[in-house]
Structure formats: structure tokens, C-alpha cells
Write a protein that binds this ligand. Structure first.
Ligand SMILES: [Zn+2]
Length: 123
């Protein structure tokens, strides 16, 4: 697919090239942010499995400490990974405004940049 108009490929200024590149980097960064969010949501859905596991272990009178610690470690890992994601638009934490993390949002809590940009913005 060729660009619709313009003075030709050599006419593309360095600034335009940089803008196109940073646009791609931004889309990539947003994809990673979305993946981090999905991981944590999947983690949420494993909660019933975890509770069933604890229940079974207790039923058999076995130790649940290790099981709990591993589960909590996985949780905190994903949550920290998600919390430290920086918005490619404003550079601040995408999901964290105060202390609380906004898991349900699909936009940056600071500048409102959406996780999925309009299709025409992606090459
Ligand atoms: Zn932002």
C-alpha cells in the first residue's frame, strides 16, 4: 500500500519519520500495557480455583502455607508489573492515579489515551 500523495519517499522529512516511528512504538507500548492488564484479569478468574484448592487442602488436613504464598507471589508479580507500566502518551503510570489501581479502565488515568487506538492510527 502506497501513501496516497506527497512529493515522494525522499520528500518525507526526518521529523515525519520520527513521528511515524514513535507512533509505532506507542502502539507497541499500548499493546504491552493491555497484555499486562489481561494477565491480571485472568489471575482474577483463577480465584475460585485457588479457593477450591485451599478448601481441598484443608479438607485433607494439609499445610496451605506454601500454596498461599505461591499464589500471592504470582498475584503481586502481575499487579506490580501492571502498576509500573508507563503511559506512552504522558509517561506516568497508566493505571495508577493515587494509591488505587484502576483495573477496569481502558484509558490512561492521567491523559486518557485509549489502549486501542482508532484503526486508522495503526499502519
Ligand atoms: Zn497518559
Amino acid at each position: 500500500m502506497a501513501a496516497p500523495s506527497g512529493p515522494g519517499k525522499s520528500g518525507e522529512s526526518l521529523r515525519e519519520k520520527a513521528a511515524r516511528k514513535s507512533g509505532l512504538a506507542r502502539v507497541r507500548a499500548l499493546k504491552q500495557i493491555e497484555r499486562a492488564r489481561t494477565r491480571l484479569i485472568v489471575c482474577f478468574w483463577t480465584l475460585p480455583v485457588y479457593m477450591a484448592g485451599v478448601w481441598l487442602l484443608l479438607e485433607e488436613r494439609r499445610e496451605i502455607d506454601v500454596f498461599m504464598l505461591v499464589y500471592i507471589a504470582i498475584w503481586s508479580g502481575f499487579a506490580l508489573d501492571m502498576a509500573r507500566r508507563a503511559c506512552p502518551g504522558c509517561g506516568r503510570q497508566f493505571f495508577v492515579r493515587n494509591i488505587l489501581m484502576n483495573l477496569m479502565t481502558r484509558k490512561c488515568v492521567h491523559c486518557g489515551i485509549p489502549l486501542r487506538e482508532a484503526p486508522e492510527a495503526i499502519e
